[in-house]
Design a protein around this ligand. Structure first.
Ligand code: ATP
Length: 234
């Protein structure tokens, strides 16, 4: 049984059909990449999985359970967390407040988890009392990922984690993604930087205009003529 199973998913914004009949699976332990041009429907797909958008058709199953109509906070409790495009940290709250927010669906103390995040992201630890808005872009991205991890997800949805970051920081973010996966977190990754994302993932799905065009093992698709032409600069 796949950890995440999306079947025939369609999501509209009014008259705009953003996602049309999309089916994909993510197995436990995998990193799966979703690539596609701007507006292909990648963010919409992630937001449907995290239950921030309501599909017009299709089924989303998580660990065998139908979550298509589950409220977003229930999805978090089940083990789905998203790090959104553009980080969306609370700029006027401290780093620590942002992290605690990530654990809002959990009962009891989150001290141990905070400590764990500060170990994993030492720069967040050094800046725990600083307002999140004063962090660098890379630090804000780390905060967005750490905030998502505070809910102890089984499935982590990452939307454009490299967006707007310097190459050296991007490498750091991808090394964090690898570490999280090595520690058992399953990841569905949306990325503009297709090559990096494919190198860091087991499988890749290619979306065009809301529809799946093809998919396969990332290691094979990086050498696929269609992917090379359209997404890897020929
Ligand atoms: P990007 O990389 O630009 O974020 P994407 O692949 O994530 O692209 P989506 O953001 O999912 O694409 O958008 C899919 C389609 O839905 C696009 O045509 C987009 O213009 C449209 N769309 C997205 N959000 C909205 C919205 N809130 N209202 C109306 N249309 C929207």
């Amino acid at each position: 049984m796949a950890l995440l199973e999306i079947e025939n998913l369609s999501v509209n914004y009014g008259a705009i059909q953003a996602v049309r009949g999309l089916s994909l699976t993510v197995e436990e332990g995998e990193v799966v990449t979703l690539i596609g041009a701007n507006g292909a429907g990648k963010t919409t797909t992630l937001r449907a999985v995290s239950r921030l958008l309501r599909p017009v058709a299709g089924t989303i199953r998580f660990a065998g359970r139908d979550i298509t109509r589950l409220p977003a906070d229930e999805a978090v409790k089940l083990g789905i967390a998203q790090s959104p495009e553009g980080r969306q940290v609370l700029a006027r709250q401290s780093v620590q407040d942002n992290l605690e927010l990530g654990a809002y669906t959990r009962k009891g103390s989150v001290r141990a988890d905070l400590y764990e995040m500060y170990e994993r992201f030492p720069r967040l630890g050094e800046r725990r009392d600083q307002l999140a808005g004063t962090l660098s872009g890379g630090e804000q991205q780390m905060l967005a990922i750490a905030r998502a991890m505070m809910s102890r997800p089984k499935l982590l949805l990452l939307d454009e984690p490299s967006l707007g970051l310097a190459p050296i920081i991007v490498r750091e973010i991808f090394s964090i993604i690898r570490d999280l996966n090595a520690q058992g977190v399953t990841i569905l990754l949306v990325e503009q930087n297709a090559r990096l994302a494919m190198n860091a993932s087991h499988r890749t799905y290619v979306l065009e205009a809301g529809q799946l065009t093809f998919s396969g093992n990332s290691a094979e698709l990086v050498n696929d003529e269609r992917v090379l032409q359209a997404y890897l600069g020929g």
